[in-house]
Design a protein around this ligand. Structure first.
Ligand SMILES: [Zn+2]
Length: 237
């Protein structure tokens, strides 16, 4: 967790921040190159989250386990919670897991992350602090051979109040293509983190996608955090 005493209304979360696979899982049978691809984590998303935490003085909770171990943005009964195949790559360490194995993954790697977010939001609620949840993801520039034209995208569901204002502010920047529920929407039947932590509490929220080729290094992460901050400031002014 970053800046647990952050003064900002924003609370940042990053479900796919890390490509770490705990030693006891033996790299899930994959090599370092596979684990470092976008299937293992959201490339660059942790750096953007850290830059935003700093610029806003905002509390940030970053998951520290690869989504190949367990996807912290999936419902606990989702088929791809512990993926056996991800974007064409077979994950040997996830094949044929028993219900006990799966429950252990949930207990060890899913629950602690969500408990940490829950604790932050509950504590803020108890002292009457406003919280706006911002979930940071990154997307691959291509999927299934198709390239994605959007540099940044907002995924929303029914409450579009903040999403619409941010989309307008991002478009004002003029030089970028902004995705509105493209390539991904926010779906409470599929996504877990924002529905569980923000919608359930009635908190304003954003779920963001940054294209990972633009935020692969620190310079890009800082640059895109700045663009997002400027647009968000404009959206809320
Ligand atoms: Zn993600």
């Amino acid at each position: 967790m970053l800046r647990p005493l952050g003064t900002s209304a924003y609370v940042l979360i990053c479900d796919h921040a890390s490509k770490r696979v705990p030693a006891e899982l033996n790299s899930l049978g994959l090599g370092e190159a596979e684990l470092s691809r976008h299937i293992g984590w959201d490339i660059g998303a942790a750096g953007v989250t850290e830059a935003l935490s700093e610029t806003f003085d905002a509390t940030a909770v970053l998951c520290n386990t690869s989504r190949l171990v367990i996807d912290c943005n999936r419902q606990s009964d989702a088929r791809d919670l512990i993926p056996e195949v991800s974007d064409g790559t077979v994950i040997p360490g996830n094949a044929g897991l028993s219900e006990t194995d799966k429950a252990e993954r949930v207990e060890l790697y899913f629950r602690p992350y969500h408990d940490a977010i829950e604790a932050v939001l509950a504590e803020r609620e108890a002292r009457g602090a406003l919280s706006i949840l911002i979930s940071i993801h990154s997307m691959n520039p291509t999927l299934g051979g198709e390239s994605r034209p959007w540099q940044i995208a907002v995924s929303s569901y029914r409450d579009r109040s903040l999403a619409d204002a941010l989309l307008a502010a991002l478009r004002e920047l003029g030089d970028i293509k902004v995705g509105d529920n493209e390539p991904y929407d926010l779906d409470p039947r599929v996504d877990y983190s924002v529905p569980y932590h923000a919608m359930r509490r009635g908190l304003a929220h954003l779920q963001m996608e940054f294209r990972n080729d633009l935020i692969a290094d620190e310079r890009g992460q800082v640059e895109w955090a700045r663009r997002f901050r400027d647009a968000l400031d404009a959206a809320r002014s």
